[in-house]
Design a protein. Structure first.
Length: 235
């Protein structure tokens, strides 16, 4: 990777760095919450550091972000690590704070063989999420986002295999039939539920690709199966 001012990045090592790029590198390090961090410089395109803030942000993320260009292209792990380690976000304890707890919850789910969690996990996740949202209470849209997530976590999907599946929830009356979903909760439409499942599977694929790039052992058959499933199914 060659910058307009001559810098080369080989993996996570710099070569031929000019003074300007060294200043950018120093600024990135100064805004990291850990001392002597081992940043993933291979995520970045240094030539864009002056014009694209996401190229700066990717230095705080796990490896495997080189091709990502916008917020909606990063998985949850990448964005959570950015918030956890970049000092431009609200102050947190990088080892035990609410962002780290969110990362652990996310990892519990994504590393589960069947993407299933217990009721106790859901209860703990709700508490962790509440603490996480408190960091961004000054952002107006976060309150609405928290409300929607709490609504989703409170939703009890109880299928009855007798011709129709009833989705029971204390706050709404929704019924799923062969023709679709009726009821007041558009958040729980069949299309939205399928989309959320697809998003989880896509994030699982991204994580497996990142692990492969870091030369970790992965189940290549599972990765191929997930990619094929997502390719042939449009949600």
């Amino acid at each position: 990777m060659i910058c307009c001012v001559g810098i080369l990045v080989f993996g996570n090592a710099f070569s031929k760095a000019c003074q300007l790029c060294l200043e950018w590198k120093s600024e990135i390090l100064n805004n990291h919450r850990q001392r002597d961090p081992k940043l993933k410089w291979g995520n970045c395109n240094p030539s864009a550091w002056r014009t694209d803030y996401w190229e700066l942000a990717k230095a705080y993320m796990p490896q495997g972000q080189l091709r990502m260009r916008a917020a909606n292209e990063f998985d949850a792990s990448a964005l959570l690590n950015l918030v956890n380690y970049c000092a431009r976000f609200p102050p947190v304890d990088v080892n035990t704070g609410p962002v780290k707890e969110m990362i652990r919850c996310r990892n519990d789910l994504m590393h589960s063989a069947n993407l299933l969690v217990t009721d106790a996990w859901i209860k703990n996740f709700k508490a962790v999420m509440t603490r996480f949202f408190q960091l961004f209470r000054q952002v107006p849209s976060m309150a609405q986002t928290e409300e929607k997530i709490n609504e989703a976590l409170a939703f009890d999907i109880s299928p009855h295999l007798m011709g129709v599946a009833h989705f029971e929830c204390a706050a709404m009356d929704t019924v799923v039939t062969d023709g679709g979903v009726s009821g007041s909760g558009s958040l729980f439409s069949l299309q939205n539920i399928c989309q959320r499942e697809a998003d989880l599977l896509q994030e699982r694929v991204w994580e497996m690709r990142h692990r492969a790039e870091e030369e970790e052992e992965i189940d290549t058959e599972q990765l191929t199966t997930l990619e094929h499933f997502l390719k042939i199914n449009n949600f």
